[in-house]
Design a protein around this ligand. Structure first.
Ligand code: BT5
Length: 265
């Protein structure tokens, strides 16, 4: 098995980006890279600053849910200062970058489950969290958080759902976290630079959604909705066709796929 050392120097070496990842702050172990990124952003860190950790002790998902990042995981929070109109694209951009890099670095096929999960073989290997600070309608900063299960066995951690997977588990060998991280920083920059005035990120993201055309249950706020995931709008909202024919726009929520041939959820 290759030694999977992670460090700012190794990642920066031959990175070749203009601004994403030019400033990397690496910790072997932290509570949550999101908190550190927010602190750095408030202190004026340049756009593209990345906080990276080899392990988190208090990682978080959406709605204050816990995200487990044991040794062998990759946790990355990236500070951006996009125009407000680009905000809905950040989740799309991040999940797309992860899917591209999983394929480039491991050869495994990756799909995206609306709104923020990257799946390999129908199982979640990555979660994405975007947090923003709006001041008087202007974006003070946005932080893209990416948690990727790289080299560990999810089944060894009771807090990780049984339908989660890791790259090493699916591939049968360890994967270089340095290679994955470098790929992510490059890919995010390339996609980010296309954003203003282009729907390329949206179209590629939509093209990778495993959710569309499927029978789903959506939990959103206190509501549980069932139907066919018909399409997505450019702002990222899911359009759900219910049995009574109504088309409902879902802003945020959790999706369970009901008709998966492989039993994925
Ligand atoms: C997410 O939330 O999937 C977003 C996760 C974002 C984590 C990154 S790591 C870097 C940065 N720093 C942080 O502190 N956070 C970000 P959500 O869709 O709410 O999913 C959370 C749910 O995923 C949990 O309730 C568990 O059921 C499940 N889960 C927890 N750990 C997992 C893991 N390692 N792999 C797969 N599923 C997991």
């Amino acid at each position: 098995m290759p030694e999977d050392t992670l460090s700012a120097e190794l990642i920066t070496e031959k990175l070749g980006t203009r601004f994403v990842g030019r400033n990397i702050i690496y910790y072997p172990r932290v509570a949550s890279t999101m908190d550190l990124a927010r602190r750095e952003a408030r202190a004026g860190a340049p756009e593209g600053t990345a906080i990276i950790a080899g392990e988190q002790t208090a990682g978080r998902g959406r709605l204050k849910r816990a995200w487990l990042s044991p040794p062998g995981s990759l946790s990355l929070s990236l500070i951006l200062r996009p125009p407000r109109t680009s905000l809905p694209s950040l989740v799309m951009l991040a999940s797309l970058a992860v899917a591209h890099c999983v394929e480039k670095v491991t050869g495994l096929k990756a799909g995206i489950k609306w709104p923020n999960d990257v799946l390999v073989n129908g199982r979640k290997v990555c979660g994405i969290l975007v947090e923003t600070d709006l001041r008087a309608e202007k974006v003070a900063y946005a932080v893209i958080g990416i948690g990727l299960n790289v080299n560990f066995r999810p089944a060894a951690y009771p807090g990780i759902p049984a339908d989660a997977a890791s790259l090493s588990g699916e591939l049968g060998r360890e994967v270089s976290r340095v290679d994955i991280t470098r790929c992510l920083l490059r890919e995010i920059e390339a996609l980010y630079l296309t954003l203003p005035g282009s729907d390329a990120v949206f179209r590629q993201w939509r093209g990778r959604l495993v959710t569309l055309g499927r029978r789903v249950t959506v939990t959103s706020g206190g509501d549980v909705l069932e139907g066919i995931a018909e399409s997505v709008a450019e702002n990222g909202h899911l359009l759900l066709r219910q049995a009574n024919g109504n088309l409902t726009e879902v802003v945020a929520g959790d999706v369970t796929l009901r008709d998966s041939p492989s039993g994925s959820r």
